[in-house]
Design a protein around this ligand. Structure first.
Ligand code: ATP
Ligand code: MG
Length: 556
């Protein structure tokens, strides 16, 4: 059985609520939505929300909308709109019907704002931002009513229309809901629901110079789309009052089974920054090579690094869904990919720091072909062809002139097995002027090809190798954590915690079967780790492999 078993779904409190709503007859179907703001690439935290929302829709034969929450035109970009769609699909999910945008509803949202004004429930306020803050009060003290609070609906309708026509400057006024300046919930103290922004919008162009705020937009968009369960992260817990208040006061949304908001705790991951704003900072400061840098916790970065959709879904399953704040160990994410690749990744040989070996008693001038299994425990994965010849390369780390018995690799005068090939014995070596070994001269035993040498000789060590004339040069990008501290978000600037060793590049060699390795396809480079060809930079002329994850957890 595969470790990555997405069929087993432990229940969680949200699923319990859904079960109740279905059995009580409140709902006869489930309709969720995933509402990213297109102001950056999606990250692993979003994956948690995606797996939850799309996963629920899938399991309950319901639907999940993809809705771009696009009410901040200055920060948003059409490229993010594209990358988000690609990432959701890559994770293995498909949204119901067309892509939605909050901006699809700008006309309706405007009408609903007019409805609230008409009911005396919203007013145009001219307090400047400093005054607004002062009037808002604090957690301990109630706020004060704005002097504009008691203007008539007629006046407010006229002022709102002037806002819409661009007759006021940015920041000069805003439309506020008239709720309660003494509410213990700050978000209920007459929140702004529309503000003026003379900004071009990626979907609506220059049609609008007033844009609705998130809290006003989100609940109405959910209600328009007949969302049944609107699932979001805990920081919106207080805002649920506002979510309900807005819908409570609009005539169109009085159905008893209208949308409800439920909150769960967001994913925080050790050694990882999760906010798009902070990730954007890394990109713009060129501390990483773009949003899809393999060190980034973005879906695109994880993909480029070699993570698979199944491993990310499995991770989201293992972390669960609760209301408890938490910091998840990175080891958990590594374990998910490692378990999957151990089972499914074909094996191959790559020498990261090559040193030359000459087999002096090898009789052929031409290399011979050896057939090796692609996976040690899975015959169905087939075989691959290796070349063996007089000149080979092994890894520098696998040779010592002298060593004690704990060093189970190649030592002068001792034997070692070459993986999938023969037993060799190191006889002597050449060194350069600095004393570095340049060539190791060996002899081989022609009777030892394969796993069980005829003479039953005990050889403890097995090392990997490539044949010199057929091996392909390759660049290896060895990634480590991007940050040196478990909680990088706690630092003033990332400069204090960025890991200078997060990328080490080495030039080495791979076996010829990897010449056409498809991008993102995982291999286990024996004794080195899991790697995949880089989806941007690897070409037939210049192979580039990214370290996905080492074979074992070497960090902790
Ligand atoms: P960030 O600041 O990290 O980019 P966000 O909440 O501003 O997060 P949105 O694009 O608004 O990003 O998020 C879309 C959805 O993904 C929201 O429902 C949000 O609650 C959810 N989400 C964002 N970050 C996380 C996280 N770390 N864990 C779980 N869900 C998350
Ligand atoms: Mg947001």
């Amino acid at each position: 059985m595969s470790h990555v078993d997405t069929e087993v779904r432990p229940s969680n409190f949200i699923r319990n609520i859904i079960d109740e709503d279905l059995s009580s007859g409140k709902h006869n179907h489930v309709h969720t939505r995933f509402p990213p703001e297109p102001n950056g690439f999606l990250h692993i935290g979003h994956a948690k929300s995606i797996c939850l929302n799309f996963g629920i829709a899938k399991d309950y034969q319901g639907q999940c909308n993809l809705r771009f929450d696009d009410t901040n035109p200055e920060k948003e970009d059409i490229n993010y709109v594209k990358s988000i769609q690609e990432d959701v699909r890559w994770l293995g999910f498909e949204w119901a019907g067309d892509i939605r945008y909050s901006s699809n509803y700008f006309d309706q949202l405007h009408q609903y704002a007019v409805e609230l004004i008409g009911k005396g429930l919203a007013y145009v306020c001219f307090l400047n931002s400093e005054q607004t803050r002062e009037y808002r009060g604090t957690l301990k003290e109630p706020g004060k009513n704005s002097p504009y609070r008691d203007t008539t609906p007629e006046e407010n309708l006229a002022l709102f229309e002037k806002m819409r026509k661009g007759e006021f400057k940015e920041g000069e006024c805003a439309l506020r809901a008239k709720i309660d300046m003494a509410s213990p919930f700050m978000c209920m103290r007459d929140p702004v629901i529309y503000r003026i922004r003379f900004a071009h919008h990626h979907q609506t162009g220059d049609k609008w110079c007033i844009y609705p705020m998130y809290d006003f937009t989100h609940c109405i968009s959910d209600a328009i789309e007949n969302i049944t369960h609107s699932i979001c992260t805990l920081e919106f817990q207080d805002n649920r009052r506002l979510y309900d208040w807005v819908l409570d006061h609009l005539d169109d949304f009085q159905a008893p089974n209208r949308t409800r908001q439920y909150e769960f705790s967001r994913l925080n991951l050790e050694y990882t920054l999760m906010s798009k704003r902070k990730l954007n900072d890394l990109v713009t400061r060129k501390l990483v090579d773009g949003w899809d840098d393999p060190r980034m916790p973005t879906i695109a970065g994880l993909r480029r690094r070699g993570y698979t959709p199944a491993s990310i879904r499995e991770f989201c399953l293992r972390i669960g869904v609760t209301k408890q704040e938490n910091l998840v160990e990175v080891g958990m994410l590594d374990a998910c990919i490692r378990e999957e690749l151990n089972e499914h990744a074909p094996r191959a040989m790559a020498v990261l720091r090559p040193i030359k070996v000459v087999i002096e008693n090898y009789p052929n001038m031409q290399p011979e072909t050896i057939t090796a299994p692609s996976h040690p425990n899975n015959e169905a994965m087939g075989t691959r062809e290796l070349s063996f010849g007089r000149e080979l390369f092994i890894d520098v780390e696998d040779f010592k002139e002298e060593a004690n018995k704990h060093f189970k690799r190649l030592v002068l005068g001792k034997e070692v097995r070459l993986r999938n090939a023969y037993i060799i014995k190191a006889e002597r070596c050449d060194k350069d002027a600095d004393g570095n070994v340049t060539t190791i001269y060996c002899t081989y035993d022609a009777d030892t090809l394969g796993k069980n040498p005829a003479d039953g000789r005990k050889v403890k060590g097995v090392i990997h190798w490539v044949e010199a004339s057929t091996a392909k040069p390759a660049e290896f990008r060895l990634y480590d954590r991007l940050f040196t501290d478990e909680n990088p978000a706690a630092f003033e600037t990332v400069d204090e915690v960025i890991n200078p060793q997060s990328l080490v590049v080495v030039q080495g060699l791979v076996e010829p079967s990897l010449a056409n390795a498809p991008a993102e396809k995982a291999y286990q480079f024996e004794r080195e780790g899991y790697f995949c060809a880089d989806n941007k930079d690897s070409t037939a002329d210049h192979l580039v492999f990214n370290l996905t994850v080492p074979l074992r957890d070497t960090f902790s």
